[in-house]
Ligand binder design. Structure first.
Ligand SMILES: Nc1ncnc2c1ncn2[C@@H]1O[C@H](COP(=O)(O)OP(=O)(O)OP(=O)(O)O)[C@@H](O)[C@H]1O
Ligand SMILES: [Mg+2]
Length: 497
């Protein structure tokens, strides 16, 4: 006997019972119920039900709706077991799911407990400085069906997401990791997700309905990693998936929010860096320093953070903005350069930070590649504004950006829109200051944009506008540039090609 809430179903006798009493059910309605039961909680399309229940005849869809209504009436308070997936079909929710909703979730058997279906790779390196972030991400996943970890390239979105997924494995029937960074064309996104879910075994044309059916109503966590280059498709697929299955949770990583319904955004912060005047103990307590030192040990086992080098390590971490990828690339250079020389070479960071692991994705093998990956997704206007605001060192306000970046080709509205785009794509950091917002570029992003400014041939005119604005309005940044330092920096950017 199969239980649907309070109603028992006997497939052999083709009969429904409520408290032992038979309920009257028509043949077609029973056929439909049988199709849904046999689908095991998966979605069944309307076409499929019509084909199976009325094999010889072509009938109107309204017939199906009438029988579904009859079945729901019979189920009474348990009518919610039959779910309509708008535009696609129906599914009969697993008893497990419904019991869970009414607070009587059946406990998992020992076998289910010990055999979660997960393809999340094990973590070989400890995740440093992410205790709070991990707690925040888990809370977000508890509260929303779709959580996106957003942040600059190399800030640690993937590692944080993987760690969160690993720590939640026991709560899900299935946990699936899908890497989207290798998807070359947006139209391949759906297939890539289907393949990822099916462990590479998915073949042929895939639709969202197929995915919904494949996932069924199992309690599933899917991690979609690196979505920024196929963001439109991912947003649409995620919306449809979470809408169809209340037991599904999606954890996405992207340099830009998906802007999908149900989405909760978690902005991944950089690792903590010491202030310029921090004492030795405070420097060593910072997570960026911890990460740099532990990575440097891998490449140079004799490496020690002794009295003199501790301050230099603090400088490296601060000037690399606490970005794990940059710290990792810098640590790989310690063995060859030593710590003092590494600091000296930070002005040419794109020439020096090039030695990522051969096996890392191409966008993470050099510091420049990490920024190139983001830069290619900017529109023309955003690129232009990014280049021009590179003259600001430290925080600045929107009006300063508008004054300095507005040459004949861009008006204040264009610049405001571009600033919003750069913030969204994690290339420009923001922080409220009173009623205003302040913006600043990571030093690495700024060095990259400054180089682009020089290459564009606009550096002279933009520096002149910056000087003019500064002389008429006073200091525009926390750490305003002098013209001399700006010229130094633009010529350094030229050398750092
Ligand atoms: N908290 C951490 N502790 C130690 N290593 C870390 C940490 N976070 C990231 N890393 C290392 O830094 C590098 C970049 O991290 P990750 O790949 O997670 O960045 P990402 O934000 O996903 O980058 P992308 O935008 O290119 O996908 C990786 O090699 C990773 O091992
Ligand atoms: Mg990533």
């Amino acid at each position: 006997m199969i239980k649907i809430g309070h109603v028992d179903v006997s497939l052999e006798r083709r009969q429904l019972y409520l408290k032992g009493e038979p309920l009257h059910v028509g043949t077609r309605a029973f056929d439909i119920l049988e199709v849904l039961i046999k689908a095991g909680g998966n979605l069944v399309s309307k076409e499929e039900i019509l084909r199976r229940v009325w094999p010889e005849t072509i009938v109107e869809e309204s017939n199906l709706q009438v029988h579904i209504s009859l079945l729901r009436k019979l189920l009474g308070d348990d009518r919610g077991f039959i779910k309509t997936i708008p535009g696609r079909g129906y599914l009969l929710a697993c008893p497990d799911e419904i019991e869970g909703r009414t607070g009587t979730r059946r406990s998992k058997s020992a076998n289910e407990e010990s055999l979660p279906l997960s393809n999340v790779p094990p973590g070989h390196m400890p995740l440093i400085g992410r205790e709070k972030a991990l707690g925040d991400v888990k809370s977000a996943l508890d509260a929303a069906p779709l959580v996106t970890l957003v942040g600059a390239g190399g800030i640690g979105k993937t590692q944080l997401g993987l760690e969160a997924a690993r720590s939640l494995i026991s709560l899900y029937t299935e946990v699936r990791y899908v890497n989207l960074s290798t998807v070359e064309r947006p139209e391949s996104t759906l297939n890539a997700i289907a393949e990822g879910l099916a462990g590479g075994r998915s073949k042929g044309v895939v639709t969202v309905a197929c995915l919904i059916q494949a996932i069924g109503c199992r309690k599933t966590l899917i991690m979609l990693d690196n979505c920024e280059h196929v963001i439109q498709e991912v947003a649409s697929i995620c919306e449809q998936l979470v809408e169809s299955n209340p037991n599904l949770t999606i954890l996405a990583t992207s340099r830009e929010p998906l802007r999908a319904r149900f989405e909760r955004i978690y902005r991944v912060p950089p690792l903590e860096v010491p202030s310029e005047d921090a004492e030795r103990d405070d420097i060593l307590r910072c997570s960026a320093v911890d990460m740099f030192v532990s990575r440097a040990h891998v490449y140079a086992p004799y490496f020690r953070a002794d009295g003199e080098s501790t301050a230099l390590i603090g400088t490296i971490c601060r000037r690399l903005d606490g970005l794990p990828l940059a710290l990792e690339l810098a640590a790989a250079r310690v063995a060859a350069l030593g710590i003092s020389e590494l600091v000296a070479q930070l002005d040419q960071r794109f020439c020096v930070l090039t030695g990522g692991p051969r096996t890392a994705p191409a966008r993470q093998r050099t510091l420049k590649a990490a920024l190139d990956w983001s830069y290619q997704f900017l529109c023309q206007q955003e690129r232009t504004v990014l280049r021009r605001i590179s003259v600001f060192r430290g925080a600045f306000h929107l009006n300063a950006a508008c004054e300095v970046a507005a040459l004949e080709d861009l008006c204040a509205t264009d610049i405001t829109e571009a600033i919003a785009g750069l913030v969204s794509k994690s290339l420009l950091m923001f922080a409220p200051s009173g009623s205003l917002m302040t913006y600043h570029l990571f030093e690495t992003t700024r060095a990259y944009a400054l180089q682009m400014l020089v290459e564009s041939g606009e550096s002279e005119i933009v520096v002149r506008r910056y000087e003019y604005f500064q002389s008429t309005r006073g200091a525009v940044t926390d750490e305003s540039n002098t013209t001399a330092t700006l010229y130094d920096q633009t010529s350094l950017a030229l050398q750092d090609g």
